[in-house]
Each structure stands twice: as C-alpha cells, then as structure tokens.
Write a protein that binds this ligand. Structure first.
Ligand code: NAD
Ligand code: ZN
Ligand code: ZN
Length: 378
C-alpha cells in the first residue's frame, strides 16, 4: 500500500470482499507495477496514504455476488484497469475509461483500481481484489492463460493502452510512426504499430535496455541523448516527418539530464510528425501538479507549440485507454501467438518484494523494464 512519497509497504489489511450483488472476488495470481503507479509513488498525485495500489490485475474468481450471471467461481480472469458500469451513456458508446457511474465523485468520469482521483477502489497488488460490475469488467481467459500469465496480464492495461495510442494516432498499414517513450507503454505502442503493418516505427528514449527491447520487435531505436530526436526522425523520413506520432511518456517528461519539461514530448512530436499527420497521447497529464518545477504546469498548463501544430494541420487525440474496447481482440492475438507482450517482462517477484520492485522500476535501473508481482506465492 501507498505510505507516502517513495514508500510502499506490504501490510495485513482487511480482506477485500463481495460488497454488492454485482461484485466478484478475485484471488490475484499476477499484478504488475505500472509507470502510472510511479507518478503516485513519487508523491506527484493526491493519492491518499493507506490505499492499496495495483490496476494491472489477473487472477481466479473465488466468489461472486448473487447478481453475477456470467462469471463463475474458478474462472481465470483479467480486469481492465478501468472500472466501469457497462450501462451509462459513455459505457454504451465504448468509452469505459469515462464511465459516469463507477466514480462516486459527480465531477469526475472514470474509475480505476488503486488510482488517484479515480474512485475509492483498492488495487490488486494484494491477495484479493473486489471487482465491481463483475459481469462487465471480467475478461474470462482461455485455460492456457494459466501457463502464460505474463502475456495475458498485459491485457489489463499496457497492451490495450499501446494499441489505443496507435488508434488515437490513426495508424494504418504502411505508415511511419514516431513513438516517444520506450517504457512498457511505448513498447506496446511499438508492438501495436508493428501489428498494424506500419512501414517504419521509431522509438525515442535514452535507456539502452529499453531501446533494445524496441529493436527486438523490429522498431528503430532513437537515442535522444545522442542528438535531437526530431532531427534523427526527419533524417529517416526524407525530411518530411513521420505520418503518425504517439506520446507514451506523460507530464514527467524530462531531458536526458533529468530536468522535467512537461511540454517536451508534445512539442517534439509536433516537429517529428509531417504536415496533416496525427498524434495520439496516452502518457498521463493531470489538471494540477503543485510540485512541478515548471511554473505553468503547477496549474496543469503546458506551453504547447500550438502555432506550429495548427500551421501543420495536425490532429491530436488523448486520454485514458478504454481497455474494454480492445482487450478481447488483443487476447486473440496473444492466443494465436501473433503477440507476445511478455517480451518486456524483466522481473517476476513475490508480493513481499514489491517495495524493491518499485524502487528499481522508479529509478529506471538498467534491466528493470517491467515488474510483475505474484501475490499468492512466496
Ligand atoms: N492513457 C492510459 O490509459 C495510460 C495507461 C497506462 C499508462 N499510462 C501512462 O503512460 C506513461 C508511460 O507509462 P510507462 O509504464 O511506459 O512508464 P515509464 O515511466 O516506465 O516509461 C516512460 C519512459 O519515457 C522515457 N522518457 C522520459 N522523458 C522522455 C523524453 N523527453 N523523450 C523520450 N522518452 C522519454 C523514460 O526514459 C521512460 O523509459 C505514463 O505517464 C503512464 O502513467 C497511461
Ligand atoms: Zn498501468
Ligand atoms: Zn459506465
């Protein structure tokens, strides 16, 4: 659970339980640490202490409420990080990241497990998880998922989120695609662009281990500590720029020396993408960030190069991923072996080693590219 900036602890808490007839109780077998957890871990959100983190969850159903029809005890399930009702106007339209019911705050749309401002729900970096609206939120997995948990658990967030980045950017076969960020999300965007038959996929970062993973799936690594990433992309696109761009870093974007500039990736994308190209932003930006070193961003404002963006006739799409819009189809790609999102997993740890996992992943220590926790063993 979150204990304050850069402190997480593993403690006994009251067991999650079925609270409403539409809930299921899931015994967690696999739960990941995400880059989104790091914004909270670093104390850069208003997450309250004592909350159980963890929104990338899979496990076995051990109990269902009396109004749960479809999901059965014993099913192996993966939950979207979004908690959504399935019957509000946004859910009906597939916009489950902006559910109008699941978050009790009337001024907010969208809910998630163990997440700042996304409702009161605890996360799955724990032995048990309460899943609201279980019939809607549980993706029932095929039996073989038991043996391939590190692939299937990625359906909870980062694989659909990487896919979403390419959807927002309107990636089509033959396109050239520039992706900023080679964290788990950027790597999944690269995988998604590749699955969509992009002709060239550039991935920008400065961590050699992460860039190597991009290269393993055929992407072109761009090391921005060796020179302007914009120039490197223009050089390899006949000076025109990429057709599409994906932002997979978020508001804590920084230069290779570590100084934060929340506008850095957005403005680099405007320059890296061609006239009339399109950009998808899935890296997180938040309405207030009092600790930002950038005076504008303390109020959530970004010095965006709107003039050039407008002049180039580009378009942009952004926001949380509606995981349910994609998870079933992406599950099929995992099942047939066309997608193996586990290639980025570097560490599988028992839950009691979560604090070390957070520390190393937060430092972006070499070789710590994705940490997977297994709460019910070790
Ligand atoms: N929209 C959604 O639904 C959704 C879902 C999951 C994660 N996210 C967000 O996506 C972002 C990435 O997540 P992650 O798990 O990959 O995180 P991560 O922090 O592990 O990866 C971010 C990567 O960006 C790199 N980076 C930093 N500044 C850069 C710059 N200026 N140019 C290029 N690369 C730069 C870092 O070196 C790092 O490797 C986070 O903001 C996370 O909160 C959004
Ligand atoms: Zn996540
Ligand atoms: Zn809803």
């Amino acid at each position: 659970m979150y204990e304050g900036p850069r402190t997480v602890r593993v403690e006994d808490v009251p067991d999650a339980r079925v609270e409403r007839p539409t809930d299921a109780l899931v015994k967690i077998t696999t739960a990941n640490i995400c880059g989104s957890d790091l914004h909270m871990y670093e104390g850069r959100t208003d997450l309250e202490t004592g909350r159980v983190l963890g929104h990338e969850n899979m496990g076995e159903v051990v109990e269902v409420g009396e109004a749960v029809d479809r999901v059965k005890v014993g099913d192996l399930v993966c939950m979207p990080f979004n908690i959504s009702c399935g019957f509000c106007e946004n859910c009906e339209n597939g916009l489950t990241a902006f559910c109008l019911i699941a978050n009790p705050d009337p001024n907010m749309a969208g809910a998630a497990y163990g997440f700042a401002d996304m409702g009161p729900y605890n996360g799955g970096q724990a032995e048990l998880l309460r899943v609201p609206y279980a019939d809607f939120n549980c993706l029932v997995l095929p039996p073989e998922a038991e043996e391939r948990q590190t692939d299937y658990v990625m359906l909870s967030d980062i694989f659909p989120t990487g896919w979403h980045a390419t959807q927002l950017a309107c990636v089509r076969a033959g396109d050239t695609v520039a992706i900023y960020g080679a964290g788990p999300v950027g790597l999944m965007a690269a995988l998604s662009a590749t699955l969509k038959s992009a002709s060239k996929v550039f991935v920008v970062d400065r961590h050699p281990d992460r860039l190597r993973l991009a290269e393993e799936i055929g992407a072109i690594p761009i090391d921005d500590s060796e020179g302007s990433p914009v120039d490197q992309i223009l050089d390899q696109t006949d000076g025109v720029g990429a057709d599409r761009g994906c932002e997979c870093v978020g508001y804590q974007a920084h230069d290779p020396e570590g100084h934060e500039h929340p506008n850095m990736t957005l403005n680099n994308l405007v320059k890296s993408v061609r006239f009339t190209g399109s950009i998808g932003v899935v890296g997180i930006f938040i309405p207030q960030d009092p600790q930002s070193p950038d005076p504008l961003y303390k109020e959530g404002e970004v010095a965006f190069d709107y003039g050039l963006f407008w002049f180039k006739g580009q378009s942009i799409g952004n926001g949380q991923c509606n995981v349910k819009a994609y998870n079933r189809e992406l599950m099929r790609l995992i099942r047939t072996g066309q997608a193996k999102p586990s290639w980025i997993v570097s560490h599988e740890l028992p839950l009691n080693q979560a604090p070390e996992g957070y520390e190393h992943f937060d430092h972006r220590d070499t070789g710590w590219t994705k940490v997977v926790l297994h709460p019910n063993f070790g």
